[in-house]
Design a protein around this ligand. Structure first.
Ligand code: NAD
Length: 484
């Protein structure tokens, strides 16, 4: 194995375990690069105990001091970007440029956390003569973040900087498919001066997640992953009266109007569907082609054919994922859809054991097909034809998901109409991946998110804190009234 076995991180140290292990694979060549323990409830208990010990001192540290750790951590992310990006590529498969972009995004998340003293101070008002009301934000205590495989560095950093800067102690449960980046995050935070016990890592899968959901000492849980598991985590952690924000899967629709700019639209749509091998919750999944858009589709086919697997596009995460994705394509073809670009059975020379699928574009898909309704999570774009913008919106609105939607058009009126009527939490105009960047917050609608608030930006301040409302009076002469 290229890397030593993965260990849990408790009380500022990596700790060994005798739990069963599973292999960590490099999806580019199928090689075993490490192994990761499947933690149990006892491991969650140990992490919570350590976090509880650290909480009094960390929460009593002023916010302006707490964020100093994240100034230093941001610098360390930038300084170590080559090594961190290489690690992402090894465990997740995405290509070097995508992995670097992921680390830079983590650094941007730290910028927001560092700005918290500027944007999250309390409020104060004299509500009647000599009487003052004031609001202060307090951390929740021990909190947890459960993360998916597709962004091993960035998604943990959706929760770590904000939750910790706001005074909480956090337990991270990274995806068992990509646990190596999380270990490096812990090391860099230690180097940046984060005190022992403020961050713990509990590795594993179902049992560790259930242990977190059930633990009475954990006050809040953020989850990012598939809708199926988001529902499980939301139900289970709120059943034990925790605060929970669970982000789920996606089926993002891009509505392309006939007046859309051919070059910009074709290149942006293909980049959106193929970037990170389609394994982004913001990736284009369905293009709703309105009326005469064949000229744009032809250009998209040109762009997609130029993408070289192994160089421009990495593998998908596992053999099982590749089989699932190829099955969706096969079913659509059998049901009468036309595969314009076919990425199935892609072999990359020198990486014959990698789980590659090339970009795939399928035209004349109908809304009743499984591939039009379910999350495929691979480099596959289906095209559904619509006669006008209302028919296109009907297709988009029928999806149970609601992460992102975008419209490509040169008409301001059409853009406004689509962004107003799309049933998604993040909408775009002429943007293939409409990610709201800080200080704007990230989060979808419908089956793409359960719980109130958003996971990043301003929305996360509310999620990771509780407000204390104080009313104070010092003027003894003020007499007696209804609020005495
Ligand atoms: P996943 O749901 O399989 O796993 C997510 C986490 O849940 C992992 O830590 C995993 O260990 C844990 N888990 C898996 N099965 C479990 C079970 N039965 N019980 C309890 N915990 C379990 O998701 P994934 O495959 O790692 O990630 C891909 C999914 O994440 C896609 O659906 C994608 O759309 C979604 N995603 C969503 C967003 C968003 O912002 N909405 C962002 C990134 C990824």
């Amino acid at each position: 194995m290229k890397y030593p076995e993965v260990r849990n991180y408790v009380g500022g140290s990596f700790v060994g375990t005798d739990r069963p292990f599973i292999e960590v694979l490099n999806p580019s060549d199928g090689s075993v690069i490490s192994r990761v323990p499947l933690s149990t409830q006892d491991d969650v208990d140990a992490a919570v105990a350590s976090a509880e010990k650290a909480f009094p001192a960390w929460s009593a540290t002023p916010l302006k001091e707490r964020v100093q750790v994240f100034y230093r951590y941001k610098t360390l992310l930038e300084k170590n970007i080559d090594e961190l990006a290489a690690l992402i590529t090894e465990e997740n498969g995405k290509v070097a440029s995508e992995a670097r972009a992921e680390v830079l995004k983590s650094a941007e998340l730290c910028e927001f956390a560092c700005s918290l003293p500027q944007i999250a101070p309390g409020e104060v008002l004299e509500v009647s003569r000599g009487v003052e009301c004031r609001i202060e934000r307090y951390p929740l205590g021990v909190v947890a973040a459960i993360t998916p495989f597709n962004f091993p560095n960035m998604v943990p950093n959706w929760s770590i900087p904000n939750a910790i800067a706001l005074g909480n102690c956090l337990i991270l449960k990274p995806s068992e498919l990509v646990p190596l980046s999380a270990g490096r995050i812990a090391e860099l935070l230690k180097e940046a001066g984060l005190p022992e016990g403020v961050l713990q890592i509990v590795n594993g899968g179902k049992e560790a997640v259930e242990g977190i959901c059930d633990h009475p000492g954990i006050a809040a849980v953020s989850f990012v992953g598939s809708t199926k598991i988001a529902k499980v985590v939301y139900r289970r952690s709120t059943a034990t009266l925790k605060r929970c924000l669970a982000l789920g899967g996606a089926k993002n629709h891009l509505i392309v109007m006939p007046d859309a700019d051919k070059e910009m639209t074709s290149s942006n749509v293909v980049a959106s569907m193929s970037g990170c091998a389609g394994q982004r919750c913001m990736a284009a999944s369905v293009m709703v082609a309105v009326s005469k858009t064949d000229h744009i589709i032809e250009r998209m086919v040109d762009h997609a054919r130029k993408i070289i697997p192994g160089k421009d596009i990495g593998p998908v995460i596992s053999v099982a994922a590749r089989e699932r994705i190829e099955k969706y394509i096969g079913e659509a073809e059998a049901a009468g859809a036309k595969v314009l670009v076919d990425g199935r059975r892609t072999i990359v020379k020198g990486k014959e054991k990698g789980y590659f699928i090339g970009p795939t574009i399928i035209d004349h898909v109908t809304p009743d097909m499984r591939i039009a309704q379910e999350e495929v999570f691979g480099p596959v774009l289906v095209i559904i034809r619509a006669k006008d913008v209302d028919e296109a919106l009907k297709v988009e609105n029928a999806s149970p998901y609601g992460n992102a939607a975008s419209v490509f058009t040169e008409s301001g009126a059409t853009a406004r109409y689509v962004t107003e009527h799309a049933s998604a939490g993040m909408v775009g105009v002429n943007v293939g991946v409409p990610v709201p960047r800080e200080p704007f917050s990230f989060g979808g609608w419908n089956d793409s998110k359960f719980g109130v608030g958003d996971i990043t930006g301003r929305g996360s301040i509310e999620f990771w804190t509780q407000a204390k409302k104080m009313t104070t009076k010092w003027n003894k002469e003020s007499g007696t009234n209804w609020m005495s």
